[in-house]
Design a protein around this ligand. Structure first.
Ligand SMILES: NC(=O)c1ccc[n+]([C@@H]2O[C@H](COP(=O)([O-])OP(=O)(O)OC[C@H]3O[C@@H](n4cnc5c(N)ncnc54)[C@H](OP(=O)(O)O)[C@@H]3O)[C@@H](O)[C@H]2O)c1
Length: 255
């Protein structure tokens, strides 16, 4: 196996600036890809990630677009095209990672219509239209990875609407894999478990950390790098015979 499985490829990682997306961006770049590090609000975080990649000898650039608002997918691709051209790189891409997402730690009684619409707009609608508008840019033989969640595998009412938004992404993954098979494009979902990022501020509480850690058979929280390794594989040429799959990256939560 080559240590640079993404050599010569271009990748776009949505929400690639922080957390799991940052680790995915760094991993794909370390393995040879030119990486578009997308972000929505935190410009400094995106610039930091790009600088880290370049300092490690990789190639990356930042792409700004707020997701969850009307016209988000078109805005993202317009900015991607512009920034890619500024790199003097060939247009198009090989790998799309739909990673950007938000959570909603509320039970059914406490979810407002506004919460629900915003959650689905970012977690579900945005990836759908990013793929739809990106299809002509993604090269044959490429890969799409949708970042789902282990919480679509069991009942988790504490974040019910969030789990539904990711459940829809799983169904999207399956149908899209069939649609894009003739082009040799793989489509898979990678499902993290409890992972140490800023998405869940309650992880700062030692008792909650212990409880979430105990959910994994390895008795620890996932690190963004744990997830990035699985995404890199799913996006890579070595996984070219695997498509339409939901790949657990939870450290064995509730098995
Ligand atoms: N951490 C976990 O325990 C866990 C578990 C299962 C699944 N996941 C999934 O993994 C993915 C990454 O989560 P994470 O924990 O790494 O989250 P995070 O640390 O909060 O990072 C979220 C990323 O998404 C971007 N983003 C969020 N809302 C956006 C918007 N409206 N428009 C554009 N970009 C936006 C953020 O960029 P800006 O800040 O610049 O907007 C940031 O780069 C999500 O899809 C999440 O659902 C996480």
């Amino acid at each position: 196996m080559t240590t640079t499985p993404h050599e010569g490829r271009t990748a776009l990682v949505t929400g690639g600036s922080r957390g799991i997306g940052r680790a995915i961006s760094r991993r794909l770049a370390a393995e040879g890809a030119l990486v578009a590090v997308h972000y929505g609000h935190d410009h400094d975080a995106a610039e930091r990630t790009v600088k880290e990649i370049i300092a490690d000898g990789g190639r990356a650039f930042a792409v700004h677009a707020e997701l969850g608002v009307p016209g988000d997918a078109d805005a993202l691709w317009a900015e991607f095209d512009r920034q890619l051209a500024a790199q003097d790189a060939e247009s198009g891409l090989d790998v799309l990672v739909n990673n950007a997402g938000i959570t909603l730690p509320r039970t059914i009684a406490n979810v407002t219509e506004q919460d629900y619409d915003r959650l689905f707009a970012i977690n579900t609608r945005a990836p759908f239209f990013i793929v739809q508008r990106g299809l002509e840019r993604i090269r044959d033989g490429g890969a799409i990875v949708n970042v789902s969640s282990v919480t679509t595998r069991f009942a988790y009412p504490a974040i019910i609407a969030y789990t539904m938004s990711k459940g829809a992404l799983d169904t999207f993954t399956l149908a899209l894999a069939k649609e894009l098979g003739p082009r040799g494009i793989t489509v898979n979902a990678v499902a993290p478990g409890f992972t140490e990022t800023e998405i869940n501020p309650t992880l700062r509480n030692p008792e909650i950390r212990r409880n979430y850690s105990a959910e994994s058979v390895f008795d620890r929280l996932g690190q963004p790098e744990d997830i990035a390794a699985v995404v890199s594989f799913a996006a890579g040429r070595d996984a070219g015979w695997t498509t339409g799959q939901w790949i657990d990256a939870s450290g064995g939560v509730r098995i």
